[in-house]
Design a binder for this molecule. Structure first.
Ligand code: FES
Length: 266
């Protein structure tokens, strides 16, 4: 496993993408080189008493050349509200890279046999799948992507995925204000039934992941999900991130966040 770094990262930009969704770009010296798709960062939101605990965030992109990482975050509470106040030059402490990565649960060498993949992201759950999709495309793997969001206004993950040479990109909104109407599980299940995928990866709300996993379990060779549990310590010490699996309760920060779909007790 790659070494973990604790370092001070500086805000390069902090941009509002939608009413409650922001993207922060952090400049850091060591972390970007080591990050694998699907890993996360634990960052200090504020040193004061309002948000003393670090918060986990999925990494959307790591740029080893420019030494930056991109994080797309949803404003949900005091900590993420504080983050929206971060200005260029603000410094925060980060621990990374944390967790396993996409494809880490596959038997050794099996990832090289993937020739067609489906990626399904619900809401900001599409962010940690971005680097995986990009790596697949770089390897010449045919990639279909389904991106879901509640409304057009919060459908913010399309732009980065549009930069990739995907086979198919299906956009869906719950209210039908953009793309197909309904949940992203509808086109995802349709694609699973129409095609033969070696690999399906999904991240987002649990019902989305479960529906995709159920549809894909007999059809795709490998199905992985990334759990998004609350994490107080991020390094296996506190047990706030426990996930129920067929092997009992396991710590998501330590054994995940990526799991083979078949081991999750939905
Ligand atoms: Fe503390 Fe996982 S976050 S054990």
């Amino acid at each position: 496993m790659a070494p973990k770094f604790v370092e001070n990262a500086q805000v390069v930009s902090n941009e509002q993408l939608a009413s409650n969704i922001w993207k922060v770009v952090l400049s850091c010296n060591q972390t970007p080189d080591a990050i694998l798709p699907g890993q996360f960062v634990h960052l200090q939101v504020d040193g004061g008493c309002k948000a003393m605990l670090r918060r986990p965030f999925s990494i959307m992109n790591a740029d080893a050349e420019n030494k930056t990482i991109d994080i797309v975050y949803e404003v949900k509470g005091a900590g993420t509200t504080m983050m929206t106040k971060w200005q260029k030059g603000y410094t925060t402490s980060i621990i990374a890279p944390l967790g396993n990565s996409w494809l880490a649960t596959l038997p050794e060498g099996e990832d090289s046999k993937i020739s067609r993949a489906l990626i399904v992201g619900g809401g900001v759950g599409a962010a940690p799948l971005f680097m995986l999709a990009r790596n697949f495309v770089k390897k010449g793997i045919s990639v279909d992507v389904v991106l879901g969001a509640r409304t057009k206004e919060v459908h913010v993950m399309e732009a980065p995925y549009r930069t990739l040479d995907l086979n198919t990109l299906v956009c869906v909104t719950d209210d039908g204000s953009y793309g197909e109407a309904g949940f992203c599980t509808i086109p995802a299940v349709r694609l699973i039934n129409e095609n033969s995928y070696d690999y399906v990866g999904t991240c987002g709300p649990a019902p989305v992941m479960k529906a995709v996993a159920d549809a894909a379990k007999e059809k795709a060779k490998f199905v992985e999900v990334s759990t998004e549990e609350r994490m107080a310590c991020g390094v296996g010490a506190c047990k706030t991130c426990v996930v129920d699996t067929v092997n009992g309760k396991v710590k998501s920060c330590d054994c995940g966040p990526v799991f083979p779909a078949e081991v999750i007790s939905w």
